[in-house]
Ligand binder design. Structure first.
Ligand SMILES: [Zn+2]
Length: 220
């Protein structure tokens, strides 16, 4: 039987590392569809979402899958506010190639938001609820915690000078037209077009890297 001291240490460690190891399945990064997640991680996400008042069947009704939490993040260009931003290595490398290609075509792409932890996503939703927003409205703006593509380190919100961040007017920009034509070459895809099955508002700024989807010319 473990001593009380050992048990207490285990509890302290468990509190310090909230499901980190459970969320970090050693699966290939940025797959098209997330693999099934460990039961402990799923239970933790569901418990937090219950505490936010998210209906238990919300994710299933919106075709959402629980995402792994990224680890081993690398820095990408600072965002439009000067904050550090991170993605997992293959996504960061692809982003770098895409930004360089856009620049050669006279398009300046900028980052707005890359990796966001489960805890931060939970905070974003809770903050809206605290301001009196309904959970339904909050979840049309922020992904359900645990289900956000930003949690994987594979997604990036993009902008270009002269356009407000995370605003649908971005789809009127030359940068958006460039992305529509070229992003897939670098493995980036628009996740939430108008009328998407997830019930999210149209997000022309949100692009996700999918491993293996870049075409050969991305090596240029
Ligand atoms: Zn986004």
């Amino acid at each position: 039987m473990p001593s009380t001291r050992t048990t207490r240490l285990a509890l302290v460690l468990a509190a310090a590392l909230p499901f980190a190891s459970l969320a970090h399945a050693a699966a290939p990064l940025c797959p098209a569809t997330p693999p099934p997640q460990p039961a402990g991680w799923v239970a933790h996400v569901q418990q937090v979402n219950r505490s936010l008042g998210i209906p238990p069947d919300y994710a299933a009704r919106h075709h959402l899958s629980i995402q792994p939490e990224a680890k081993d993040l690398v820095q990408v260009p600072r965002d439009v506010y000067g904050r550090k931003q991170e993605m997992v290595a293959p996504a960061a490398a692809a982003l770098k190639r895409m930004f360089a290609a856009a620049a050669r075509d006279g398009i300046k792409l900028e980052t707005v938001s890359g990796y966001r932890s489960f805890a931060y996503q939970t905070h974003l939703v809770r903050e809206k609820l605290n301001r009196g927003m309904s959970i339904q409205k909050a979840l049309s703006i922020n992904a359900v915690p645990g289900y956000s593509e930003h949690q994987t380190g594979c997604a990036m919100d993009l902008d270009t000078p002269g356009y407000p961040a995370a605003d649908t007017v971005f789809d009127k920009s030359k940068a958006f037209a460039w992305l529509q034509q070229h992003a897939a070459t670098y493995g980036f895809h628009l996740s939430f077009p108008p009328g998407n099955i997830y019930g999210y508002e149209y997000e022309p700024w949100h692009w996700r890297y999918i491993a293996g989807s870049a075409t050969a010319s991305s090596k240029r």
